[in-house]
Write a protein that binds this ligand. Structure first.
Ligand code: SF4
Length: 312
């Protein structure tokens, strides 16, 4: 018994850590896979892999995520989060690595019925089908409640050592964490900006105007106050010294970088290329309105421009 080789999706949360521990107990060689984009990073996964002592493959998932944002087959969750398709595509990418490298399975830390909508038997089945991994997707924490997978049937993965956790209570996972000596794991929620309402507003505005093909603008999404000006240009106004410096560094040929008059403290603002003259003029007024300019510069009132502001 044993000898299976698998890639386990590692988010850094407790369940994905436990999945690795259980798979190893069942005789498998396990390597981790995690994904990064401008919307979520790999830091927690790197920390988990260090703790578990496994090799971690960090995959740039930006192109996939942008394609899903443009066309999410199963739609969005509560914000701009195409979770069903995102999760299935991650598993599909892991499956491609499995085939390329002659591994036997892909695993996740999903627990049956832990989330009533996304982790019931039917949706776990949808993910398996959408990802094209039929029979090779192992959920070690709930495996005994699911159909045996191919590596289990082939005797390469000891089904007896896999678990039957289910439901929303976390007691089983917490007891297991203590057994495996896992400490300092982050809470399961958080980490993906696509689930945040404020960030989603910025993203939707960018999608509706400039689109998502300019990755520089995608990467700048968390930065600045956002205005959509009457001529259609999107203005990014720095909120602190760090953002002001970042906007100055990010400007490329054709952009308009606006700064307060010399000797006046205030923000920088970036207008991506293509802004009309009227928007550029209004951008200058906004910079002045948010600066510390005194009456000599006749700074306009902020109130006039607040109506163009999308998010702080
Ligand atoms: S929370 Fe973010 S990273 Fe996770 S499945 Fe949803 S969209 Fe993808």
């Amino acid at each position: 018994m044993g000898g299976a080789r698998g890639y386990s999706l590692v988010s850094g949360g407790l369940d994905s850590r436990l999945a690795v521990c259980v798979l190893r107990d069942a005789g498998a060689h396990v390597e981790g896979i995690c994904f990064e984009t401008p919307f979520f990073g790999a830091e927690k996964a790197r920390e988990a892999a260090r703790q578990l002592g496994i090799k971690l493959h960090v995959i740039d998932f930006t192109a996939d995520e942008i394609a899903l944002l443009k066309n999410p087959t199963h739609g969005f969750g509560g914000a701009m989060n195409p979770c069903i398709d995102c999760h299935a595509t991650m598993i599909m990418r892991a499956g491609e690595m499995m085939l390329e490298n002659g591994f036997d399975f892909v695993a996740t830390g999903e627990v049956l019925n832990q989330r009533p909508m996304s982790q019931n038997k039917q949706s776990l089945g949808v993910v398996e089908k959408t990802s094209g991994l039929k029979g090779r997707l192992v959920r070690p924490l709930s495996a005994k409640l699911l159909e045996p997978t191919i590596p289990e049937l082939e005797g390469k993965l000891d089904r007896e050592k896999l678990l039957d956790l289910h439901g929303r209570t976390r007691d089983g996972q917490i007891a297991l964490a203590a057994n495996y000596g896992l400490k300092d794991y982050p809470s399961p929620a958080g980490g993906c900006r696509l689930t945040e309402q404020g960030f989603s507003k910025r993203l939707k505005d960018l999608m509706d105007h400039e689109g998502l093909d300019d990755l520089r603008l995608v990467r700048l999404l968390p930065v600045g106050r956002r205005f959509r000006l009457p001529g259609g240009a999107g203005l990014i106004l720095g909120r602190n010294a760090e953002e002001n410096a970042l906007l100055a560094e990010s400007a490329i040929e054709g952009d308009i970088l606006l700064s307060p008059p010399e000797g006046v403290a205030g923000p920088n603002a970036l207008l991506p290329k293509g802004a009309c003259e009227a928007d550029a003029k209004m951008g200058g007024e906004i910079v002045l309105a948010w600066s510390r300019a005194d009456d000599r510069f006749a700074p306009p009132s902020r109130e006039e421009y607040v109506k163009y502001q999308i998010v702080q």
